[in-house]
Design a protein. Sequence first.
Length: 351
Amino acid sequence: MTEISSNAAAAPISTEVVIIGAGPCGLFQVFELGLLGIGAHVIDSLAHPGGQCAELYPEKPIYDIPALPVCGAQELVDRLLEQIKPFKAPLHLGHEVTGFARAANGRFQLATAGGVRFDAGAVVIAAGLGSFQPRRIGVEGAEAFEGGAIQYRVKNAAQLAGKRLVVFGGGDSALDWTLELLGRAASLDLVHRRAEFRAAPASVARMREQLAAGRMRLFEALPHSLIKADGVLRGINIRSSDGTVQPLAADQLLVFFGLHPKLGPIAEWGLELEKKALRVDPEKFQTSVPGVFAVGDINTYPGKKKLILSGFHEAALAAFAIQHHLYPQKKQFLQYTTTSPVMHQRLGVPD
């Protein structure tokens, strides 16, 4: 893996494959292609690898990765980066792909907002939900505290220890972080606009157990106005459905109102869409444009499940389809990493 600076390249970079998205599925696509001897460049609009996994919940535990009973999101990204090291895939971080065209020879011309251009034999779109922004708290003066006393994702849970926390939201992120932070916070209040929750029933049940034990408070209300003194956030006023306004003391507001997912420029590339997702053939994970593939949350097909595990499966099958697209005359063999000398050589496994 080689991280590329933001300096624009003078000429197009020629490569077998360009992967758009450096999240778990994009990184694992590097691995699966590397096993087949196919090189790739990876582009991501974020300044660091990991995609939404690292951006939104780096410390959130994941329990459904095979052979890893529990794995932090950032830990998973770090393991994937270690796994793809033998293939030395360049990462172009902080670059959004804005230009996309299929040339007469069937190859693809791509350009980023930073001025880097690519000439690729195939393209894999592993862009998750596309570009996204969190839904903001929407109270006067909040902008001045965003990224500090008001956060839309937790980057470092340790920094929240001993603080008075108010968590907003009723989905998985809100409940997961409520349960995760209860033992660390000086106090924790959960605020949701209605009595019903969208989170997993098991998480809701655990939250209500903590509520019954007096370890936290729950309010059915909406954010109303900030409480501040001398430029420091001291709390927030919440408003219930009957119009009652109540103050909550807080050092930190954690807001989990969800995301605004947008495909961005991808929506303009002439690829067949279904409900803001790219339609793919579930045998090859190829889109409606030959040579353009999509894996992970950004694609859709009958029976699609938006799981990291499913994305890994898609990347494995897509790699073979990409190999056939690039080298249609080459006979394909299924080799195993346990026994194949060729794969051992590609992986750098000592004899």
